[in-house]
Ligand binder design. Structure first.
Ligand SMILES: Nc1nc2c(c(=O)[nH]1)N[C@@H](CN(C=O)c1ccc(C(=O)N[C@@H](CCC(=O)O)C(=O)O)cc1)CN2
Ligand SMILES: NCC(=O)N[C@@H]1O[C@H](COP(=O)([O-])[O-])[C@@H](O)[C@H]1O
Length: 282
């Protein structure tokens, strides 16, 4: 596909078609925005495009001085825009996108999947052997142009630069396949995490979703799920059970983000407000 020089106008169905760069080093930027999905990938992944996904993913527009019930808010929610960063197979990205299609929320393999769904892609970071990648400042500019609300890292393996962290305070989230702060930080990604967990004799593991700061895996923890580590577990078997919980948890978190159900406690700990009982937080 010929690279296009500019971002086309927003179409009525809410899709922002993003220029696909040179097909050899394609990139995509699909945007979940009730009907849009945005994703950014490292040099490992390939490009794609997403079509319209009917995301029931909205956010609250609360009139000044007027608190409203969840039902009222449902009627007045402003739809949210999410970007998803992928590097690997993109299974977390796919589960979030599939949830948008089902209407529960609003190249690498993830890029291939996005291409099949019609999602355009952006390549980041700039790699010496892959022209077309963006610099950190260009990435911030590109993401700003879509007026994103949140950025979700989903198996993304490069450190997010400070420029982006500063540009999107309390708005970038990551999923990590261990119960942070254990088994996190530089060198802890993919199967390496599960091998370390098994070797340690830990009896429990599970995914963590946290807000992203300048360092690997040290941001504020938002959600965790517990998975048993079995005595004869291989890293692959443990990874599969953790990944199953990752997919469910990230879809629930994306829904909470879209419905403005993330509350920050006074000590800086983020909590998720229950949709069923707004008085409950977890
Ligand atoms: N600023 C931040 N950037 C990123 C974070 C973060 O918390 N803050 N999370 C990571 C995801 N991640 C764990 O969840 C993680 C990814 C990669 C590594 C790592 O050691 N990477 C290697 C390079 C791997 C490669 O390029 O194939 C390295 O830096 O040497 C640790 C943790 C995403 N970004
Ligand atoms: N430290 C980051 C890290 O290890 N991320 C992990 O990469 C796997 C692949 O995700 P994917 O199938 O969504 O691409 C997932 O288990 C995710 O937690």
């Amino acid at each position: 596909m010929e690279a296009q020089s500019s971002i086309l106008r927003l179409r009525s169905n809410g899709i922002i078609p993003i220029p696909i760069q040179n097909p050899k080093t394609p990139s995509f930027l699909p945007q979940i925005h009730s009907t849009r999905l945005v994703s950014v990938r490292t040099h490992h992944s390939i490009s794609s495009q997403v079509k319209n996904s009917r995301l029931v993913c909205k956010s609250r527009v609360v009139k000044a001085g007027k608190s409203t019930s969840l039902e009222d808010l449902e009627a007045g929610f402003r739809r949210k825009k999410l970007a998803v960063f992928v590097s690997g197979g993109g299974s977390n990205f796919r589960s979030i996108h599939e949830a948008t299609v089902k209407g529960t929320v609003a190249d690498c393999g993830g890029a291939d999947y996005a291409r099949d769904k019609g999602i355009p892609v952006i390549l980041f970071p700039k790699m010496k052997d892959e022209p077309g990648g963006l610099s950190p400042s260009d990435l911030v500019t590109a993401l700003r142009s879509y007026k994103l609300d949140f950025i979700l890292l989903a198996g993304y393996l490069k450190r997010i630069p400070s420029e982006l962290v500063q540009a999107y305070p309390r708005s970038i989230l990551n999923i990590h396949p261990s119960l942070l702060p254990a088994f996190g930080g530089k060198g802890y990604y993919g199967k390496k995490v599960h091998k370390a967990v098994i070797a340690s004799g830990a009896r429990y593991s599970g995914p963590t979703i946290h807000f992203v700061d300048e360092n690997y895996d040290t941001g504020r923890i938002l959600a965790q799920r517990v998975v048993h580590v079995l005595a004869n577990d291989t890293a692959e078997e443990l990874a599969a059970r953790v990944l199953y919980e990752e997919h469910r948890m990230y879809v629930d978190v994306a829904a909470a983000l879209c419905e403005d159900r993330i509350i920050w406690r006074e000590d800086g700990v983020p909590l998720i407000q229950s949709k069923e009982n707004p008085k409950d937080y977890r």
